[in-house]
Design a protein around this ligand. Sequence first.
Ligand SMILES: Nc1ncnc2c1ncn2[C@@H]1O[C@H](COP(=O)(O)OP(=O)(O)OP(=O)(O)O)[C@@H](O)[C@H]1O
Ligand SMILES: [Mg+2]
Length: 440
Amino acid sequence: MSHHPWLNELWRFIALNVLALMIGLVIGEIVLALFFAFVFYFFWHLYHLYQLERWIVSRDTSSPPNASGIWGDVFHHFYKLQRRNRKRKKKLANMLARFQASTAAMPDATIVLNAENEIEWFNKAAIPLLGLKVKQDVNQRIDNLVRVPVFIRYLVRSNYKYPLEMISPVDHDIRLSIRIVGYGKNLKLMIVRDVTRLHQLEIVRRDFVANVSHELKTPLTVINGYLENLIDAEMEQSSQWLSILTLMHQQSGRMQQIVDDLLLLSRLETDEESPSSDPVPVPALVAAICKDTQLLANDKQQRVEVENNHELWLQGNKKELYSAFLNLAINAVKYTSQGGKIVIRWYLKGEVACFEVRDSGIGIAHEHIPRLTERFYRVDAGRSREQGGTGLGLAIVKHVLIRHHAKFSITSEIDKGSIFCCTFPFDRIILRENIKEKNA
Ligand SMILES: Nc1ncnc2c1ncn2[C@@H]1O[C@H](COP(=O)(O)OP(=O)(O)OP(=O)(O)O)[C@@H](O)[C@H]1O
Ligand SMILES: [Mg+2]
């Protein structure tokens, strides 16, 4: 179909020439007549080209100038194209306006930052949360306006995998969670949420657990004490109550252990400061842990192998590290069957220090691994309870490691065994060259 206008144009041209030829024949000047026909044709095109150019330049949005022949088609196509573009532009502008209106109405503050961290745009919610001012703060650098050291550190570190929690610079009762996402060419979208309520709930939950544990501690100690006395008394008479009392004593001991673990956990959680940077003789800790592990392992005919780097100390809290490492070692014994093998290693791996416990035990299915560090999480609650486990151990390990800026990794294969690895960063390591006396 598209060749039709051109065919018409061709016919028009031929007709013009024939007409010119006839006139030329009549007046006896064929060449002159044809020449005039060409000139006419040429100017006719030129005129329309001129019209087209004027029309485009004038940005006239009404219908195009009238024209016949091929030019009519050209004008018509141009007009259609223009109309379509205009429609699309309107649609996009509408969409943008709707998008801006919705982000502006969001309760979360949204701020667009450029590569220099200057504010390009922000919504209304940014005003009460961060104290930005509508007129004067656009194009200002955000770190000049929100002068909170943790925020500035977070901004320049440019690792935005985890959100930052901080107190609002405007109102110290408001707690904010800040998230930054990069997009486009070096642009950043900063989303700030008010998490005050969530934080308060978290505190209430933490305090509740801590208070309950604290309240239970005293009565349990009393019960446990009396049970011990009773057992002693009954022992002399070797009465039938002895086995019952022993069982009761065992269970109340377990309850005491749970309460102690919960108290330890809530203390680890509440202390936001990292633990003291005292030098900790980890080699000695590892040696002590291995001794304890060996004792437990002997009962199950398990072999314990040790690698201990005696030069490698850490900055941190001795008691916390001890309880974390011990739990890993005891887990290895608990969850490895008779005759298995356990390897405990404390070594330098490149620039980081690793405490690693490997076992040839029952292993853990991979869907459980991410949840192991939750409180009371046990893969097989029945089996774990038999072993006297409550599922708090790894939660404690996780918190201790977080406080020491260490990483925790678990790899495991069912029926093959597991590897638990704690990796301490370079800046926590102390290397001791001359401490041979510590070997004992
Ligand atoms: N070495 C391991 N091999 C296989 N499973 C393990 C191992 N260590 C831990 N687990 C699994 O992870 C769960 C959680 O371990 P965690 O140390 O937190 O609790 P627990 O040992 O059951 O009790 P607790 O340490 O509080 O006395 C365990 O119940 C067990 O199912
Ligand atoms: Mg444990």
